[in-house]
Design a protein around this ligand. Structure first.
Ligand code: ADP
Length: 718
């Protein structure tokens, strides 16, 4: 029954040829025992024949299965054993089906045929395993061969019953153990260590005993129904109800008893995870992790690397155990060295692999030694003393690699079982969350600091503005006096410079205050086309010759919701920037168009909201584009375009685009830039469409004089 169950479980887990062969082998073993039992029950000679045929077939299947476990290396000569076995099978079958099948000589021949072939199959498996380049395969095969040899020997002892010697059925038990071990090693990528295998068998056995106990109680004491079937059903129901909790409990207790080390790791990792959820500072997070791993006593060394801001590499954030940062200078032979930094370029294959897998056991990789892993292992050698560690990927919000944790235990080989690696992976995931949290926290702190600084600077600018007004008034007075009185020409020039510079300072301070104290103004449903037309008309009259501004306005443009004066301020900024970029030669095109989605991804949440509430085809945004045929914007300038005070102009304030962006964002929109070096630049403002309700104020337009005032304030060139 158990052998059948193992055969079935294999087919449920995989259907490769080796799985089918295994299932056939396990089924063969099952049938062999079954036919013997049936003979014991019915005493008919047919079952003797069936057993005999199965006996002949058993080593045949075993030969094929053992060959399939370690496939031949590429280019090796084909194996001869299966053919030899097939040749031997024919006379054996003939003998078993002949009338002389129970003659002692015939029994002896069949006995040696079975022993010989099983031994040959095991030896050939052992030889192949020894030749394998992979240490994992070598270990696994050695283990299998030992258990297989024991099972064969004891099973063959069962054969002695044919010769009249009766032994307890140790062979049957060992055959099942062998099938179980074989099945485990075929389905698991890594041979679990003996401890773990023993642990699993123990859990299964303990569960079997508990369930047998339940069944016994039903059959013996609750057996009033007097029907085995009903008792069976009831017992099965009790199993089903109890299975999960009982398995968990048995598992927990057995692991607590036998696998104290793993439990220590589990508890300390659980503790680390709990503490990490309250951590906001990076260094504290590193300390919590290292402290937890140290206390678990499961790692001799551990190092955590965090990605630098530019993303060019990973810097050592902390380490414990027998490692020390820095190059090996031989000063302390007990301390192995780990690098202070891992360069992304040098470790690329390792990092790429970590992007696909949550963890990598470098020891396992080097044992398996596949050609595809060579670049990864070469890259891992940059880890220095940790190149035999389990490397865990720490992922950030966007699933990118933000850190690497290396954990090693150099006291034992195969230091961490797959289950333990899973536990370590969970803590790496938590570190990823902690890093994201710490980033948000430091951004919030920085924002608060900037807000305080901004408030101070705005106060200062305000204080500067008043004396500036007084200086300008005084200078203008002097200018008027100078105009009437005969003063020397030098003085008039100085007065001119004072007024010019005061004007400039006034402009900078005014723009700064606009930026530092953003206010939504008075957002109204604005006729964007009308506003654009009027603004451009006035700008055209002011612009230098050689540049003209062309309009391409969409018809039936919905109104946008924004303060009219602020909108014009943005438009004037963009047009003036375009004109200045072209240095008097070229054209500026201003166009408007309705849009269903905003350009900037910053507003996706807003679309989702709108989509859910109004699934219509109505445009949701109005776009205004200002395109020029200027030189375009270099990458370096592009990066800083919206940074306050960034300017490439002698007389620029560097606040035009920063203010424009802040206005657009306050209105619920965005500004977007596309540039082609040598071919020009397009700035696009996206503004949300005004939802017109009964209470909405009437569309507003601003008098041309207001536009003049803004234009003169925004003009950054004299
Ligand atoms: P300012 O105009 O006072 O320099 P802005 O914030 O308006 O400040 O612009 C910042 C910088 O962006 C400008 O100095 C310029 O280098 C660049 N820039 C803006 N618009 C354009 C454009 N249309 N073409 C090329 N460069 C531009």
């Amino acid at each position: 029954m158990l052998a059948f169950a193992i055969a079935l479980s294999m087919l449920l887990r995989g259907r490769k040829p080796v799985h089918w062969l295994f299932a056939a082998f396990a089924a063969e073993v099952a049938l062999w025992y079954a036919s013997q039992s049936l003979f014991g029950l019915f005493k008919t000679s047919i079952w003797v024949r069936v057993t005999a045929v199965l006996t002949v077939l058993l080593p045949q299947v075993a030969v094929h299965l053992f060959q399939a476990i370690v496939p031949l290396e590429h280019g090796a000569p084909p194996a001869r054993l299966p053919r030899l076995a097939a040749l031997l099978a024919i006379p054996m079958l003939a003998l078993e089906l002949s009338p002389y099948h129970d003659a002692p000589l015939a029994l002896g021949v069949v006995y040696f045929y079975v022993i010989g072939l099983l031994a040959a199959a095991l030896i050939s498996l052992a030889v192949r395993g020894r030749r394998s380049a992979s240490r994992a395969v070598r270990d696994r095969v050695r283990f299998l061969v030992v258990v297989g040899a024991l099972a064969t020997t004891f099973t063959l002892a069962d054969f002695l019953s044919f010769l009249g010697v009766v032994l307890p059925p140790i062979g049957a038990v060992l055959a099942i153990v062998f099938l179980f071990v074989l099945a485990e090693s075929l389905t698991r990528p890594r041979l679990a260590d003996l401890y773990e295998m023993a642990g699993r068998s123990l859990v299964s056995t303990a569960l079997a005993f508990s369930f047998a106990g339940i069944f016994y109680v039903f059959v013996t004491y609750v057996g009033r129904f007097n029907t085995m079937y009903l008792n069976g059903v009831l017992a099965a129901m009790v199993f089903l109800v109890l299975f999960e909790p009982l398995q968990t409990e048995v598992d927990r207790r057995i692991h607590q008893f036998f696998f104290r080390e793993r439990r220590d790791l589990e508890t300390s990792i659980a503790d680390v995870r709990r503490r990490l959820s309250h951590v906001l500072e990076r260094q504290e997070m590193v300390d919590v992790l290292l402290d937890g791993l140290e206390r678990s006593r499961r790692a001799t060394s551990c190092a955590i690397y965090l990605r630098d801001q530019e993303g060019n590499g990973f810097d050592l954030a902390g380490s414990i155990g027998r490692v020390r940062a820095g190059p090996d200078d031989g000063s302390s032979p007990l301390l192995a060295r780990v690098p202070e930094r891992i360069e992304s370029l040098a470790a690329r294959p390792l990092l790429d692999r970590l992007l696909q897998h949550a963890s990598l056991s470098l020891e396992e990789l080097s044992r398996e030694g596949r050609a595809t892993d060579v670049p990864v292992l070469t890259a891992a050698s940059t880890l220095g003393a940790l190149s035999g560690a389990v490397v865990l990927a720490v992922r950030g919000d966007d699933d990118d690699l933000v850190g690497i944790i290396c954990v090693a235990d150099d006291r034992v080989r195969d230091a961490f079982t797959p289950e333990e690696v899973k536990i370590l992976e969970s803590v790496a995931a938590q570190i990823g969350v902690a890093i994201a949290n710490s980033r948000i926290y430091s951004r919030m702190k920085e924002r608060d600091r900037l807000a305080a600084l901004g408030a101070m600077a705005a106060g200062l600018a305000h204080e500067v503005k008043n004396p500036l007004g007084a200086i300008k008034g005084a200078a203008q007075l002097l200018d008027e006096i100078a105009a009437g009185a005969p003063v020397d020409g030098g003085a008039a020039e100085w007065i001119g410079i004072i007024i010019e510079e005061v004007n400039r300072l006034d402009r900078v301070v005014g723009s700064f205050l606009d930026y530092a104290r953003p206010h939504a103004g008075n957002p109204v449903p604005l006729d964007v086309n009308g506003a654009v037309r009027r603004t451009v008309q006035i700008l055209n009259s002011q612009q230098v010759e050689g540049v003209d501004v062309a309009l391409d306005l969409a018809e039936d443009l919905p109104r946008a919701r924004i303060d009219a004066e602020q909108f014009r301020q943005v438009l004037i900024n963009l047009v003036q920037n375009a004109v200045q970029a072209m240095d008097g030669h070229g054209r500026v095109f201003v166009s408007t168009q309705p849009k269903r989605t905003p350009r900037s991804s910053t507003w996706t949440s807003q679309i989702a909201f709108t989509d859910k509430n109004a699934p219509s085809q109505e445009p949701e945004f109005v776009e205004v584009s200002v395109r020029d045929t200027g030189p375009g914007i270099s990458q370096k300038v592009l990066k800083n375009l919206f940074v306050p005070f960034f300017t490439t102009k002698d007389q620029g304030t560097g606040l035009g685009l920063a203010i424009s962006q802040s206005i657009a964002q306050t209105a619920g929109g965005s500004i977007d830039v596309h540039t082609h070096p040598g071919a020009g630049t397009t700035f696009t403002i996206s503004l949300p469409v005004a939802v017109e309700t009964l209470g909405t104020p009437r569309p507003v337009d601003v008098a041309p004089s207001a536009i003049d005032a803004i234009a003169s304030r925004s003009a950054s060139s004299p």
